[in-house]
Design a protein around this ligand. Structure first.
Ligand SMILES: Cc1cc2nc3c(=O)[nH]c(=O)nc-3n(C[C@H](O)[C@H](O)[C@H](O)COP(=O)(O)O)c2cc1C
Length: 289
């Protein structure tokens, strides 16, 4: 698909030639012509629609069809959380699997999603999509899918011939087998959810299957979402187990179940209101194991 060129214009009557737009633009859309004594739009086709030019202009003189007036928001930097408060949020953020049955407010989910979609994307692709799954049957199916996928892999690894060749090289993987068996037992016999811990909702972060930075973009979106969830008091954790199962599933079972086409799930998180909250944090130590 051909790239759409947006309408970008400098309102020369308002422009004070501060050249901030020239400096801030990574795509070299603007130039300052000393002959004319004016800032000019020279390469609109290379615009990546980041909005830096309209945000930086002190006189509102950069007109960009992608960013109409109603899309621009002034703020006071004093309204930012102070560094110590932000640091506290980062230190106090915890994976919390002690989910309760309490209702997860929809506006909380919306806020978490909004935070996720503010994260930067490579080349400003803005290609990340958020899928929220809150149907309990679908959530259960995600757990079943994850366990089934690992069970299939486990059966292959337990084949005596394969085990003979691999078990020394893959000690850590073989050590996980009893754990998977216990997880299966918990799910199928005790009605427990050892993968998603009876989450009220799942939030998946998707990008086009062929995108070079899909993984990075989605993980950054997750991190924004995680901090917002913590700030709202929503218990959550990263669904690495599900993501790992998705990577093994060539038949795209979960994609079909969730009705996803052409996109790939690169990251995910569970959401629920907590049974209880953390009230202190332990220092994270550098890994010594
Ligand atoms: C890539 C990644 C995958 C993870 N996968 C899971 C998971 O499948 N299940 C789970 O309960 N926690 C998962 N976690 C959460 C970690 O276990 C957790 O971050 C770690 O125990 C430290 O706790 P904290 O997040 O409270 O600092 C994952 C975290 C990351 C970064």
């Amino acid at each position: 698909m051909e790239k759409q060129v947006h309408f970008i214009r400098i309102n020369q009557a308002d422009c004070i030639r501060c050249r901030r737009c020239v400096r801030i633009c990574t795509a070299k859309v603007f130039d300052f012509s000393s002959a004319e004594g004016a800032v000019r739009v020279v390469q609109p086709e290379s615009c990546i629609e980041c909005g830096h030019c309209v945000d930086i202009c002190p006189k509102n003189a950069v007109l960009h069809s992608f960013f109409p007036q109603e899309a621009l928001h002034s703020y006071d930097i004093h309204d930012f959380p102070e560094p110590d408060r932000l640091m506290l949020l980062m230190k106090a953020r915890r994976s919390n699997r002690a989910f309760s049955d309490k209702v997860l407010p929809e506006d909380y989910v919306d806020k978490i999603k909004e935070a996720a979609l503010c994260a930067p994307t490579a080349q400003n692709s803005r290609n990340v999509r958020v899928l929220v799954v809150s149907d309990p049957e679908k959530i259960k199916a995600v757990t079943a899918f994850s366990l089934e996928t690992f069970t299939r892999a486990m059966r292959i690894l337990e084949n005596p011939l394969i085990k003979f060749f691999l078990h020394k090289k893959m000690r850590q993987v073989y050590a996980m087998i009893p754990k998977f068996k216990k997880m299966n037992e918990a799910f199928y016999q005790q009605g427990d959810d050892p993968v998603l811990h009876h989450a009220k909702a799942l939030m998946f972060f998707l990008a086009p299957a062929n995108s070079r930075f899909g993984l990075a973009d989605c993980n950054l979106a997750y991190q924004n979402a995680s901090l917002m969830a913590e700030s709202l008091g929503v218990a959550h954790f990263y669904t690495g187990f599900v993501i790992s199962a998705l990577q093994q599933d060539r038949k795209q079972r979960l994609y079909r179940l969730l009705g996803i086409e052409k996109m790939r799930i690169y990251a995910g998180m569970t959401l629920a209101m907590p049974e209880f909250r953390f009230e202190r944090y332990a220092d994270r130590m550098p890994q010594t194991r």
